[in-house]
Design a protein around this ligand. Sequence first.
Ligand SMILES: Cc1cc2nc3c(=O)[nH]c(=O)nc-3n(C[C@H](O)[C@H](O)[C@H](O)COP(=O)(O)OP(=O)(O)OC[C@H]3O[C@@H](n4cnc5c(N)ncnc54)[C@H](O)[C@@H]3O)c2cc1C
Length: 389
Amino acid sequence: MNDTDTFRAEVRQWLEANCPASMRTPISSAEMLWSSSHNVFLNDDQRLWFERMRDRGWFAPGWPPTCGGAGLSARQVRVLEQEMMALGCRQPQYNLGIWMLAPVLLELGTEAQQLEHLPPMARGSVRWCQGFSEPNAGSDLASLKTRAVRDGDDFIVDGQKIWTSYGNVSDWMYALVRTDPTAKKQKGISFLLIDMKSPGITVRPIELISGKSSFCEVFFDKLRVPARNLVGALNDGWTVAKKLLDHERAAMSKFTEGGAPSHDALAVAAPYLADAGPVWRDRLAAALMDQQAFALTTRRMHEMAHARQDIGAIGSIMKLVQTEQEATKYELLQQMMGQRGLSWEGDEFTRDEHDICRQWLYTKTYTIAGGASEIQLNLIARRVLGLPG
Ligand SMILES: Cc1cc2nc3c(=O)[nH]c(=O)nc-3n(C[C@H](O)[C@H](O)[C@H](O)COP(=O)(O)OP(=O)(O)OC[C@H]3O[C@@H](n4cnc5c(N)ncnc54)[C@H](O)[C@@H]3O)c2cc1C
């Protein structure tokens, strides 16, 4: 056995011994634990699984132990992900901070910022939200207007963010602010870490047609943010944001690897195949082949990352393809199920056949969040194909 095989065997043995049986079943959205300073566990198994993975440093397995990680190599992290998927283990927690902000802090943050912010993420005791979009700055993010003016050891921030997912339940926000209104728009932006408990922040949930309020408007009124919370250089926040968005796309292109086998719409379609004609079977086969091709491309990307090749720009392709594929699969499923696909039972996502309608609608957001598909195509044209802007 080589080192990887030995590590794989150890990981599998540990997972088999420590992942409770109920944590190896498909997960619904309602059961996902988005970790924060006020974690609420649905049952003892969920708490146990959370604590065991946390104590092993496996919420952030590739980070250095000083930052709360387990210090695993990229190859070992991949083995852990593969073994969790193979055993059907649920993700013990979901964490925007770990997926998106942490890689940026590890690359560009000061040591003090890393030591302050990474360990709480690795313990699953803090929730981060993203304060990028503004009422007139979505796809054209660099048009953002929220101002930050230096005043002694602080910045004073005034302005508004919108579509801030779960801003009302988050502990911290990473945000883009304008620090030089005279510079060319991408040049005058800085990246700040904001404690959501600070005076001067008002959060207003936006009620959606579903009756839910996962999005918020966030208003800043003479909010004081310590200057030590600036990540990267002053007026160079666009560089930080671009890196963070690369990580966001990478996270979004891994939906089907979320350790949640129930994400697989095509599995839900299986019982309907008997009644379906050849046209449907053809479309389903095409979707399955696309899914397989995507899985192989993902493997190739991991190999490229392992060989230290820059895969940042390719993330746009992965995000575009993955989110469009998810939307197509649910579209197909919805059509195959006919009126049975219109049911709207219960009030949470169950990810089973009774909840296809809600999931189908939700996939519409995948191709907008994290940069709309059209924007990904523009990025691919410029950053991957090298076409003129
Ligand atoms: C589920 C979800 C969660 C989100 N969470 C957050 C969050 O936590 N924090 C946050 O800051 N934001 C968040 N957003 C906002 C998201 O980043 C924006 O919705 C997105 O960037 C698009 O911006 P917009 O809504 O202003 O649309 P617009 O920019 O107005 O775009 C409208 C349409 O025009 C097209 N378009 C625009 N410009 C171009 C162009 N140059 N070329 C071709 N087509 C173009 C777009 O593709 C789109 O189809 C979230 C959005 C969703 C759906």
